[in-house]
Design a protein around this ligand. Structure first.
Ligand code: BES
Ligand code: MN
Ligand code: MN
Length: 457
């Protein structure tokens, strides 16, 4: 541990300078305007892996953005860790809400502000620097493979193909991912599950053109009003989702499991103040931790239609639309839920409108084991570097590729994330605490050490 700390402290500024370089690339995978920047980011990641000591570094082309691969095999008979992460980021808008520009990383109050600071460039880079540390100090205890993709924020569809086509190359004993949150520095935790996702876009069409709202209004159904009604009906008075069959496959947790997960520190008052809301919301009968961790949900991500420009225009719009996501838990299946949504949404729509439902990307939920060698290694590593045993939690977010690693590669995952829920992922002013960045670099070599140690027993 002393040697690790010394290496990190001797190289602190350089680690940060390099991360800043990485953060300056606007690698927004959702927006084609950034295509060249995304591709350049892959090049930068590959170069840094090589510099750190990786062999067989390759920028693997796909039908979309490239996947960066690299490895260090010191002895094929030793355990192998596959590190996964993503170098793409979410769009930065609304730009006017950022205190400093999203792609000009800035330190304020010991925090790095930039798009991707936490999700996931800051966390990916901890692994690159931890690897460099192990190479330079001759302490890499097993084999390591890196697979860093550029399409996580848009559904990882090309990575799915890559995984299926590269099973041999990706052979490993565990997948290690830092792309999730912990409760706080004082309360380190390990996520033991991720929710799945169904994402749909709905379009409601009424009259064949926009109409004068005085001349026609009152006699013709307004698609915006209908859409609002349909959406409002998707939750009942207890905030349950009303889609028939939505909960059918949900595995209910035992009271013991629920009690265990509800032990995690959570202060609703602080939570409300942080978010600026007077009251929390959620499915009746469950706690807030359960609402975001173990229960399926339905959210409107965006809604539009009609006139939204300056001033007032009296118009009865022809169309109204919404983007709706459903977070899924074991054993719900993304395709099935999408289908149930579509059937239900069509069935409740009045004849006065036409409905179009377009499915977007999805992903399956996962629960990661807490009795595996890898989980124990992560527990031990965190306990040593944070001085406190990590609390198991269920994360609300999704990393769809994790279920595929299990299915195709038969490898389980450890989610050793160092972000905080309050890091403004996908929001303006995304940040990552310097303390978490450096703590991560110190903890990762301990994970590799304990994973190799416990594996050899
Ligand atoms: N890193 C996040 C997922 C995450 C964040 C998990 C915090 C747990 C805690 C990831 O980059 C992400 O944003 N995933 C998307 C899904 C994807 C298909 C766009 C999500 O969860 O919305
Ligand atoms: Mn991420
Ligand atoms: Mn993300």
């Amino acid at each position: 541990m002393q040697e690790i700390k010394k290496y990190v402290s001797d190289n602190k500024q350089r680690f940060l300078d390099e991360l800043f370089e990485l953060l300056r690339f606007p690698s927004v995978s959702a927006d084609p305007a950034f295509k060249n920047d995304v591709i350049k980011t892959a090049g930068f990641v590959a170069e840094k892996l090589k510099e750190a000591g990786a062999d067989n570094v390759e920028i693997c082309q796909t039908a979309g953005y490239p996947i960066v691969y690299g490895e260090k095999i010191i002895d094929p008979s030793l355990p192998t860790v596959l590190v996964y992460g993503h170098y793409d980021v979410q769009p930065a808008d609304p730009l006017e809400l950022w205190d400093t520009p999203p792609f000009e990383p800035t330190i304020r109050n010991e925090k790095i502000y930039a798009r991707g600071a936490c999700d996931d460039k800051g966390q990916v880079y901890m692994h690159v620097k931890a690897f460099e540390l192990m190479m330079r100090t001759n302490s890499l205890p097993g084999n390591i493979k890196f697979m860093i993709e550029g399409e996580e924020e848009v559904g990882s569809s090309n990575l799915s193909i890559f995984v299926k086509e590269n099973k041999e190359r990706l052979k490993a004993d565990v997948v290690l991912i830092s792309d999730t949150s912990m409760i706080s520095m004082e309360n380190p935790s390990l996520e033991t599950g991720l929710r799945g996702l169904s994402y749909v876009e709905v379009e409601v069409t009424g009259p064949n053109r926009d109409l004068h709202s005085g001349v026609y209004g009152g006699a013709v159904a307004n698609p915006a009003t209908i859409l609002a009604k349909l959406i409002a009906s998707l939750h009942d008075e207890n905030n349950h989702v009303t889609i028939p069959g939505f909960y059918d496959d949900v595995i209910e947790l035992s009271q013991e499991e629920r009690d265990e997960l509800n032990k995690a520190p959570f202060d609703p008052e602080e939570y409300k103040i942080d978010l600026g809301v007077e009251e929390l919301w959620g499915e009746k009968g469950y706690s807030s931790l359960e609402h975001t961790g173990t229960r399926p949900t339905l959210e409107v991500n965006g809604i539009w239609g009609g006139y939204i420009g300056e001033g007032a225009k009296t118009v009865l719009p022809s169309k109204a639309s919404a983007k709706i996501s459903m977070r899924l838990v074991p054993n719900q299946q993304s395709d099935k839920i999408t289908k149930l949504f579509e059937e239900h949404f069509r069935s409740i729509a009045p004849k006065s409108v036409k409905i179009k439902v377009t499915p977007h990307h999805g992903g399956e939920p996962v629960v990661t084991p807490t009795d595996s060698i890898a989980y124990k290694a992560a527990q031990k590593a965190i306990t040593e570097s944070f001085g406190k045993e990590p609390i198991p939690t269920r994360g609300g977010g999704s990393i769809p590729i994790v279920a595929l690693f299990e299915q195709e590669l038969k490898i389980k995952t450890v989610l050793m994330g160092f972000g905080l829920d309050s890091d403004n992922l996908h929001s303006p002013n995304e940040k990552y605490d310097l303390a978490n960045f450096y703590k991560g670099i110190e903890t990762i070599p301990l994970f590799h050490k304990y994973f190799a140690e416990i594996s050899s027993k």
